[in-house]
Structure formats: C-alpha cells, structure tokens
Design a binder for this molecule. Structure first.
Ligand code: GCU
Length: 590
C-alpha cells in the first residue's frame, strides 16, 4: 500500500494514509463528536484478519456464501480503555485486536470531517466503509486523518486494527517494566471543522521574558493570507492577525500576566478563531530556566518535590483514561505534598496533564526510549523524532510541563549518543522555552573518595540530569549514606529522578532484611537516601519511584509480587505504606 501512497502523492493526490499533524485541543472546539463507548471486537492472534478482509465488515448474501468472521454477536470492548483489563482471556494478550462500530454522520457543506485518536497502543490501522484510511505507530500520542471523502451521510462503518506486539525496532522495544496494555486507550472523536480552520497554535511567554507573549497560529486548508483573532480577555488582548499564504502567523505581544506558580496556578481563557472556526483553551504563563545548578521558575529557584507514576489505575488494573482517573491520581500526588510529577515513561493522556497543571504541578514529560532500544537501526531515529514531535506538538501550551525528557536508562554507545544528541537538538528547535533532560542509571562510584560521578556524553548536552539510583535495593549503600559524596554534572541541576525499593503493604519485619518485602525495610531505604541527598550540592529535585504499585510481567515473586512492581508508596488498593509518611515529612519540611 506504501507504493500506492507514493504514486498517488507523485500525481498530487493528497492521500491520508499517513497520520497528519493533529489539531490542537479537540476538547476545545465545537465540532467534536465522541466515538467513545462499546465497540465490537475480534481477537486475531494468527493475523488472519487482513487475508479475511475483516475491514470490509461484510455480511454473507448468496445462499452458498459464508464468512468466517462477524463483528456482531461477540466480544464488545469499552473505548477508551486497554483490552487487557476488559476480558480475562486478554490479560497477557499481545497481538491483533480488531475493533468495529457504526456511527451516523450528516456532513455540512463546506466543512471537513476528521477522525482523531488521542492514543492507540501500539500500532493502529484504520478503515472507513471498507476503505483504508491510514496507520499510526506509537502508543502515547494523538493522530488524525481527514476522512471527509470516505464518509457518507447516514450510517458509516469504522474498523480499527490494533496490534500491541512488542518489536525489536519499537519504542519501547522488547522489554520494559510496565504492563503491555494494548487497545484504543484514549478518546476517539469525529471532528467537523471548516475547510480553513485553526489547526495549531502556541501561546507562551518568550524564553526568560515575563512580559512578552510569543507564539504562532497555523491554519489548515489555507491557500492565501487569512485573518485570525487571538483573544485573552483577562489580559485585554484582542489581537487581529493575518497569516501568510500557508496559513501561518507568528506574533509577539506585550502582556503582564499573573504568572503560573504551584501556589497559584493561574490560567487564562484563550480563544483563537478564524471566522466561525473557534478553538478555546486555558493557558498558564510562566518562565523556566536554569542558573548553574538551580532551576528557576519565574526567575526564582525552585526545589522539585516530585513523584513518578504510570498511567494506570491499580484498583482497576488498567490504563487510566478518564477525568475521574486523573482526579484520583492527582489527588494522591497533592496529598503527598508534591509540586512536581514525572509522567513515566511516555506522554500521558491530556486529562492527566491538564488536571496536573490546574493543580500547580510541574511536569517532566518523556518519550518511551526506555533501556534496550535498537539505536543502530536508522528507523529508530525517525520513529523517536516522530514521537518527540507529537509529544511537544500536543503539549507545547501546557505551563505545567517544564521538562521534556528524551530517554530513560539507555546505555552509552556511538549509535545511542548520536541519536540522543540529535533528539536533544530537535527538542530545542521544537521548543526553546522548556528544559531538556534524560534519566541516567550509569553513575559510578569512586571507592577512594566515596564519590558518585558520571561519564556519559549525553549528560553534557542536556539541561537537567536525572539520576535513577536504587541504593538500598538494587545496589547496597557503598558506605554510610552520610559519608557518600556526589560529583555528578555539578554545573547543572540534578534531579534524583528514581529511587526507592519494594514492599508489600501490611508486611512488617526487620528494617535490614530486603527479602521480606517489608514496609519497614522500604521505609529505611527512604530515610537512608534522604540522609545521602543532603550531600548532593546540585540537587534540584527528587521523584521517588513510584506513587502506586503497578502491573509488570517482569515481577514474578509469587508471594510478594504476582505481576506487580511493589515500589509504590501506596499499594494497588490505595493503602499508604510507612515510606509514604517519610516522603511526606521530607516534602513538608522543604
Ligand atoms: C528503572 C526504570 C523503571 C523501573 C524501575 C524498577 O529505573 O526506569 O521503569 O520500573 O527501575 O526497577 O522498578
């Protein structure tokens, strides 16, 4: 089919087979119709569906005809939602699941219809009324297609093939420490927009300038210069702009906003319109910079009191996707006394990101370049760049996000250093207003001087160094924690981006025995780490691993883990472990 795309493109036929840049904030425009709900599904482990043309969703007509598939009369799955937690036979499933539903359309003259997916893991192929629409790879960022010419007035048929098989050339690849949830994990919309509509916009403070708004508006479908209006009523801004012939306009506007802070996460109603096409958003304004080993929020040093969490609801043992899910997670983050979150290890859904920033939480957002990635494969750089672009594109207006991170615990090599250095550069090109980081697990210890250090080219090019170090769990403390010194990237901020250890809620025991999975042992780990942190001169923040126990097929101790990583400060049933109170005490004291 790729060849067809190429041929069609050669003859100027704009095909929608490859995902396009998606529109900003479909939640904020009038023409969005939700396609969430129950979809029919077929499990297809032997990949029979394409040969069987499931995507046509035909009914047998001739007397002698029969079809060995039907979407009706069988499995039905909730969308959004992972399929693993919806049917026992799918708990560990990795393979093809076909989704199908009907939906009604009444097209409006002069308007375009777009199919918008907020996230499908890991790969999606889409058909409408038996016609191929396109495909997308990557489980954690939105994508959309212009389906106007494929839709008929009345009832239409959509089929989505989802495949969550791990792959050597995937991001993440074959091995990672979280559940391999597959499915249409996030919202699906059919969005009707004017042929010329607001596709993309950025409205932020210029780097380091608290009195200057800068950004752009990009119209889709423009063939000439067009008027655009940017209004921020509370700032007295009603700016009439004119795009160039490609539909783009760049602006710089003097303004005096109340700055977004954790204590007062001020957000402004922003409206961007072209004629009757309007997109509404709520945007906060703040500056974020580094000054040597300090992180400056609005020009003042800030200590990041953080926590890691996966996009998972432990009580449901499934992916988080709703406002209620986001509210549960963020309320637990606030209860812990945090002002910072690391949404490990992938861009999490917009509902979590938006609720976090409304609650004054600064955010480290990252793409899932996690440990064993096939950096020698040229396709990896392209895939990583696509994921990075989609992450930055989606969230570039989110004041909460202060850090883009491009990798977690990758091993230095010529290929890895080259790919990640290019990603750091691309991040800065895409967004020069935020900090760029990576998380490293390769700090080394000098026994002569009791000092941790790092030798990793990537640590020299990022703005912020994240250190993942499990002293007391995977590694023993090399000496008394109070005697350990740190000399890791001393000229830039260091965030202890992961630390901690496992405990099963309710298990008590000696604080010096690891293999009991006791809360007492986990609590001791935290106390020892906090003692050591006092000796890190450039410590700008900490984020313990992890808020909740979470699902992982790697965790096979059948008494204490049973497919759960137990490093949570809170159990999978919401119970706070002893270590939770140690972290709370550490943050409340800062
Ligand atoms: C690593 C990794 C996490 C993982 C954690 C652990 O540092 O970044 O994704 O879950 O350690 O081993 O629990």
């Amino acid at each position: 089919m790729k060849t067809l795309t190429l041929l069609l493109a050669c003859f100027g036929f704009a095909t929608s087979l490859m995902a396009q840049n998606f529109m900003m904030n479909p939640y904020g425009c009038e023409g969005a119709t939700s396609l969430n709900g129950k979809w029919n599904a077929i499990i297809d482990p032997f990949s029979r569906g394409k040969a069987g043309r499931f995507y046509e969703n035909r009914q047998a007509k001739e007397k002698s005809e029969f079809l060995e598939y039907s979407f009706e009369h069988g499995l039905r799955l909730e969308v959004p939602g992972d399929f693993n937690s919806q049917a026992p036979e799918l708990l560990y499933y990795e393979g093809n699941v076909w989704y199908q539903r009907h939906f009604d359309v009444k097209k409006t003259e002069g308007m375009r219809q777009f199919l918008y997916f907020a996230g499908v893991s890991y790969e999606a192929e889409i058909w409408i009324n038996g016609q191929e629409v396109g495909q997308h790879e990557g489980g954690f960022t939105p994508f959309q297609f212009d389906v106007t010419d494929l839709l008929a007035d009345g009832t239409n048929d959509i089929v989505v093939l989802v495949n969550n098989e791990r792959r050597v050339d995937g991001i993440p690849a074959m091995d990672f420490d979280w559940w391999n949830y597959g499915g249409i994990l996030r919202d699906v919309f059919l969005v009707e927009r004017a042929t010329v509509h607001v596709l993309d916009y950025k409205v932020q403070l210029a780097k380091g300038k608290a009195d200057t708004l800068t950004g752009h508006v990009q119209l889709a479908g423009a063939k000439q210069a067009n008027p655009v209006k940017l209004s921020i009523p509370e700032l007295g801004i009603e700016q009439e702009l004119t795009t160039d012939a490609t539909g783009k306009t760049i602006f710089t506007i003097a303004a005096d906003p109340v700055l977004w802070t954790p204590e007062n996460p001020k957000m402004y109603a922003v409206e961007i319109s072209h004629g009757n096409d309007v997109v509404r958003d709520e945007i906060g304004f703040r500056t974020i910079e580094t000054d040597g080993p300090k992180i400056l929020l609005n020009g003042k040093p800030v200590f990041l009191k953080g926590i890691n969490f996966h996009e998972e609801i432990p009580q449901r043992a499934g992916r988080a996707y709703s406002d209620a899910d986001a509210a549960m997670i963020i309320s637990e983050v606030k209860a812990l006394g945090c002002n910072f979150i690391r949404t490990a290890h992938y861009p999490q859904n917009e509902r979590i990101v938006r609720l976090a920033e409304k609650n004054g939480l600064m955010i480290w957002s990252e793409i899932p370049l996690w440990q064993g990635i096939e950096f020698s494969n040229p396709a990896i750089l392209q895939k990583a760049e696509d994921m990075l672009r989609e992450m930055v594109y989606r969230d570039k207006n989110r004041a909460g996000i202060i850090i883009w991170s491009i990798a977690n615990e990758t091993s230095p090599s010529d290929y890895r250093d080259k790919v990640l250095t290019e990603l750091v550069q691309l991040t800065r090109e895409l967004d020069d207003t935020r900090l760029v980081a990576a998380a490293f697990d390769n700090c080394r210890y000098n026994k002569e001087t009791n000092t941790f250090f790092i030798k990793d080219k990537l640590s020299e090019v990022v703005d912020v160094v994240g250190v993942n170090k499990y002293l007391g769990w995977y590694n023993r403390f090399p000496t008394d924690p109070s005697k350990i010194k740190w000399d890791v990237a001393p000229d830039k901020p260091l965030i202890m981006s992961e630390f901690g250890g496992e405990a099963m809620f309710g298990v008590r025991g000696p604080a010096d025995v690891a293999h009991n999975w006791s809360e007492d042992y986990q609590e001791a780990i935290y106390r020892q780490n906090y003692t050591m942190f006092a000796n890190i001169p450039n410590l700008a923040g900490t984020s313990p691993w992890v808020l909740f126990d979470f699902r992982s097929p790697r965790r096979c101790h059948q008494k204490f883990q049973n497919g759960w990583n137990r490093k949570g400060l809170v159990s999978d049933k919401g119970q706070r472990k002893l270590a939770w109170w140690v972290v709370k005490e550490f943050y409340d004291a800062r």
